[in-house]
Every structure is written in structure tokens, then in C-alpha cells.
Design a protein around this ligand. Structure first.
Ligand SMILES: Cc1ncc(COP(=O)(O)O)c(C=O)c1O
Length: 422
């Protein structure tokens, strides 16, 4: 579509043409609320139907640096003009540059690159099995790590249900939701008893989301990460931190796990890594794991490995994150948004209908005592696209959202909530 296409009719015709030939994801095809986007800038996008909308989903929680960033565009275009295609093992300056930046921002030794989050998790599982010689992967009961069969098999999200019959049994611990301070959390007890039952010497890895996305956005108890690390050390198990959703500044730290300070053996990155400008994901590994493959064959490879244009997007994204201090912005603007949401939850006008306002940085949830689909529709009419699931709204704008823009969004939210509850 050309920029600025605006009439509602041509947008509807376009939607019909696309729907006839391309599937929409995760939906019965006749029940999709599809938006046509004809322009996007910063924290907003424009649709012929609704005009400019605040993007509280950052597309798929990935456009961390914001839409239409000129620096990212320029570096990608320069790479396309220079060297747009290259086989996986070809040496290119842009690949070396990205490798060095990833080492610096993650503190881990080496990266295996892939094209999407699911593929990265899949390769992290392969690497964990190759390094340990063990097979079991422990995950949380309501975790999401991706859509491919192997990953659905190890994770706990409901999206595995249609295939569950044919998947091997998974190994789940309870969700790390808050419990009374001073006692070891239910989550830790659950992990300890699962390890005892399964024989820890058969467990290759514990795979945990840095901070759980749409399956909760609950702040974990303080012993969550440190105890998982200690148990991994005790039993020779690898700790894999999935930062695909929560990484690249989303929670006000480069990576969410930093809030609790435990060292991972591997990290998986995606989404914000290239901010959605090109497909890219990564498995980061520790020095010990990297050394293992100096002499052992790495049984992993992909045609689009380290795609030069995706590498250019990621290099530019990291440069933008650092120059514009977006991690810090996410922390500050997120804290100010939290104050607005907490005030709204406590406002007598909302009649106690808001059960919880929670999250970290610009990764937030607002949970109600009733389904919020009508509120989503109200907010769309008022100028914000706000994703939701059941009784919970998710508030995850691009990290370039300024404090002033945040207050505009919060005003709009307040208005919408009052109309919803009134
Ligand atoms: C925590 C987490 N891991 C993995 C994935 C899978 O990433 P992708 O959809 O890029 O395959 C997602 C996607 O939402 C995610 O949130």
C-alpha cells in the first residue's frame, strides 16, 4: 500500500483482497479485527478507519524504538545498497559489528542468530541438549516460548492444546506469583519437588521468561531468579532466560532478569532486538557453552542465518536505544504511568472495578473485574489501540513514548474507563 492511502472504501477493498489470499494468525479467518495501517511514526500509527492511534501493543510488543525511525531506516538501506545477501558463514562487517554489540549489552559470549523468537528458543533447546547430553526442559505452567512444535511441546501456554495429544509430556513448575515475604515462594517449592521427582541429572535446562508477558505480568517473588540459579548450579542444569518479550528495555532494564540479578547460561532474544524492522532473533550463550563448540560440531544452521539487512536493523536499534537512552525512558515513563494507573484504580469513580495495576517499565497490565473487550472498542474510538485478553488490558507502548505523550494516553485511558464503567 502507498503511504497516505486514506479512503475507508479502498481500505476495505484492500482488506478483502489480502484476506482472500493470506491467512491471518491465531484466528478463525472470518473473525479477525484487522487494521489497515497507512502511516506510522514514533508511538502512533494511522488507519483510514480510526485516524491516528497510540500503539499500546508496539505492533507485537516489538517496535521498541518506535515507528519510522530514520536512523534504523538509513542503516538498513545502506546495507541493502552495499551487501544485501550472503550465505550464513560469509564474513561481513555488519555481522562482526552486531556480534560485538550483543556481547556488550548482554554480557554473554557468543550469539547464534535466527529469524524469529520461536526459532531461537528451538535452537536454545538444541544447544542445551548438545552441551549437557540430557533431554528434559523445565518451564512454567503458563509460559509462552513460541509456536513451533518442539517449543509448544516444552512450554505451558494454551496455544499447544490442538496438538497436545501428539506432544511428549512436558515438565512444568507453578507460576511464580507473589507470596508472603520471608517464606520461600510456592514457585521455589514447586521447582524443588519437580527436580526431586524427575531426577535432576536428566534435566538439561530450566527455561523461564525474564518477565512473563501476556500470561500474567506478575512481579515474581524476590527468590525467583536467585534460587533457580542456585538449583541449576547444584545440579549442572543450564538456566535459559527468554527475554524475547521483556528484553531490549521493555521493563526499564536492558533485560528483565536484571531486576533480580541472577546470571543466565543462555538468553534468547527477539522482538525488540530488531524492533520489528526486519526478522531477527538470537541465542546468546556463556563462555563455557561457546568453548564447548570450539571442538564439538554445532548442529544448528539456517539459510537466513545472520541476514545482513536484519543485522543492520539490530545494530541501528542498539545505537538508537543507547543514544536516546530508551531503557532509562522506559523506566521513568513507566513509573509515571504506574502512578496514573494506580490513581485510576483507587479512584472512587472506578467503583473498585480495577483489580490490579501492575508491571515494570513500559510492560504493564490493568486487570478488571469483568471482560474488557468493550473497553478495547471504546479506546479504539478515542484514539488508542490497546491489546487485551479476557479481563486484562496490556499497556506496552514503544519505549520512545515521552512523559507528555504518556499523560495524553493516560487521560484517554481514564476517559475510556469511566465510559466503560459508567
Ligand atoms: C516470551 C516469548 N518467547 C518466545 C516468543 C516467540 O517469538 P516469535 O513469535 O517471534 O516466534 C514470544 C512471542 O510472543 C514470547 O513472548
Amino acid at each position: 500500500m502507498t503511504q497516505g492511502t486514506s479512503s475507508k472504501e479502498s481500505s476495505e477493498a484492500l482488506a478483502r483482497a489480502q484476506a482472500a489470499r493470506l491467512f491471518f494468525t491465531w484466528s478463525a479467518q472470518h473473525h479477525v479485527e484487522a487494521l489497515t495501517i497507512d502511516q506510522a511514526h514514533g508511538a502512533r500509527f494511522h488507519t483510514p478507519e480510526h485516524g491516528w492511534l497510540w500503539d499500546l501493543e508496539s505492533q507485537v510488543y516489538n517496535v521498541n524504538v518506535g515507528h519510522g525511525h530514520p536512523h534504523v531506516q538509513e542503516r538498513m538501506i545502506a546495507q541493502i545498497r552495499g551487501q544485501a545477501t550472503a550465505a550464513p558463514n560469509v564474513v561481513l562487517p555488519i555481522r562482526a559489528e552486531l556480534g560485538a554489540l550483543l556481547h556488550r549489552v548482554t554480557g554473554l559470549e557468543k550469539a547464534f542468530l535466527a529469524t524469529g523468537g520461536s526459532e531461537a528458543v528451538e535452537n536454545a533447546i538444541k544447544i542445551a541438549r548438545m552441551v549437557t547430553g540430557r533431554s528434559k526442559i523445565i518451564t512454567r505452567r503458563s509460559s509462552y516460548h513460541g509456536a513451533t512444535l518442539a517449543v509448544l511441546g516444552v512450554a505451558g501456554d494454551a496455544r499447544k492444546e490442538p496438538f497436545a495429544r501428539d506432544l511428549a509430556p512436558a515438565f512444568h513448575i507453578e507460576d511464580p506469583y507473589p507470596c508472603p515475604p520471608g517464606t520461600p515462594s510456592a514457585w521455589v517449592r514447586s521447582l524443588e519437588s519437580l527436580l526431586a521427582a524427575e531426577d535432576p541429572s536428566t534435566v538439561a535446562a530450566i527455561l523461564l521468561e525474564g518477565f512473563t508477558g501476556t500470561n500474567g505480568m506478575q512481579i515474581p517473588p524476590a527468590d525467583f531468579w536467585p534460587r533457580a540459579r542456585a538449583l541449576c548450579d547444584e545440579h549442572g542444569i543450564l538456566l535459559i532466560d527468554d527475554e524475547i518479550f521483556s528484553g531490549f528495555g521493555r521493563t526499564g532494564r536492558w533485560f528483565a532478569r536484571e531486576h533480580w540479578g541472577a546470571r543466565p547460561d543462555m538468553m534468547v532474544l527477539g522482538k525488540g532486538l530488531s524492533s520489528g524492522y526486519a526478522p531477527l532473533s538470537a541465542v546468546m550463550v556463556s563462555a563455557a557453552i561457546a568453548r564447548h563448540f570450539d571442538e564439538h560440531k554445532l548442529w544448528c544452521g539456517l539459510t537466513q542465518y545472520a541476514h545482513p539487512v536484519s543485522c543492520a536493523a539490530a545494530v541501528a536499534v542498539i545505537e538508537v536505544m543507547e543514544r536516546e537512552q530508551l531503557v532509562d525512558n522506559s523506566d521513568r515513563v513507566g513509573a509515571a504511568l504506574h502512578e496514573r494507573l494506580s490513581a485510576l484504580a483507587g479512584d472512587p469513580a472506578t467503583q473498585g472495578a480495577i483489580r490490579d495495576a501492575r508491571g515494570l517499565g513500559l510492560m504493564r497490565a490493568l486487570q478488571f473485574d469483568r471482560p474488557v473487550a468493550p473497553l478495547h472498542a471504546i479506546l479504539l474510538r478515542k484514539g488508542a489501540y490497546v491489546p487485551f485478553r479476557g479481563d486484562t488490558l496490556f499497556l506496552c507502548p514503544p519505549l520512545c513514548l515521552s512523559a507528555a505523550e504518556m499523560h495524553t494516553v493516560a487521560d484517554l485511558l481514564e476517559d475510556g474507563v469511566r465510559q466503560f464503567l459508567g
